[in-house]
Design a protein around this ligand. Structure first.
Ligand SMILES: O=C1O[C@H](COP(=O)(O)O)[C@@H](O)[C@H](O)[C@H]1O
Length: 265
């Protein structure tokens, strides 16, 4: 790793290259899955879309393709665009093409949204599915928030600082009662989306935020370097698991505007 450090309970893992970041991310996911399978017998992970999925590519290669206990994996989406599953904008399609089709995860363990109903119905149905899987303990439950406790939630971040489909100044950010909410006016196309709410994200055992590229440096600075009344934070800055671990994976361009940290080589 190029640099590592801790800031306000966030572990910062800053890498020289995308290749190095991908290897570290694959190691991190494999370790968390192994620990979850040992402790609970299953591993429940929620994905996002975007650049994150390409950066997970090493999980499809040796040694992980042989060492990971794929049959125990359950896959969810922290956010999804309400489009057909074969649509170019579908987060499911991206994950299927680049990751799920290359590893032996059991198809019935892959829980994607219903793409043939409205965004509101898709969010309600997805929350219902998650509630059933909490009941059967495929997904654990938080002892402090009454929310599902995913073993791992993987988030990307947009250059505006959004995570999942929680955008700056959008009312979905304030949703406290639902586990899954919906948008019909996403500032980034497509407009119709479902998203995990902040209480669900912040109830996970582990959350990783994966951020690359200079276009995200300003938002990463806002999120990591904290809140100042004249310098508002962004949704990524409010991701702070109540009891879980938070790790930020960055390349150097994304980390180039961070300040105030002690890094060790
Ligand atoms: O719209 C979305 O954008 C974010 C960030 O995507 P990236 O390509 O800039 O990494 C993604 O994490 C989210 O899941 C997706 O729906």
């Amino acid at each position: 790793m190029a640099l590592s450090g801790v800031s306000k309970d966030r572990e910062l893992r800053i890498h020289e290259s995308l290749d190095e970041l991908s290897t570290d991310l694959a190691d991190y996911i494999a370790e968390i899955s192994e620990a979850a399978v040992k402790e609970r017998g299953v591993f429940a992970m929620a994905l996002s879309g975007g650049s994150l999925i390409g950066l997970m590519g090493k999980l499809c290669q040796a040694p992980y393709n042989k060492t990971v206990d794929w049959a125990k994996w359950y896959i969810f989406w922290a956010d999804e665009r309400v489009v057909a599953k074969n649509h170019v904008d579908s987060n499911y399609k991206l994950a299927k093409d680049r990751f799920l089709s290359k590893v032996p995860i059991i198809p019935s363990h892959v829980h994607s949204i219903n793409d043939s109903v409205s965004a509101e119905e898709a969010a309600d149905e997805y929350e219902f599915v998650i509630r059933q899987l909490v009941k059967s303990r495929v997904i654990s439950v938080s002892d402090i928030s009454d929310c599902p406790k995913f073993d791992l939630i993987l988030l990307g971040m947009g250059s505006d600082g959004h995570v999942a489909s929680l955008f700056p100044n959008h009312s979905a950010l304030e949703e406290k009662d639902e586990w899954v909410t919906y948008l019909t006016d996403s500032p980034k196309p497509p407009p119709e989306r479902i998203t995990f709410t902040l209480p669900v994200i912040n109830s996970a055992s582990n959350v990783a935020v994966v951020v690359t590229g200079e276009s995200k440096a300003e938002a990463a600075h806002r999120a990591v370097d904290g809140v100042d009344p004249d310098f508002p934070s962004v949704p990524a800055g409010i991701v702070q698991p109540l009891k879980g671990n938070l790790a930020w994976f960055m390349d150097k361009p994304a980390a180039s505007k961070l300040n105030g940290f002690q890094f060790s080589e």
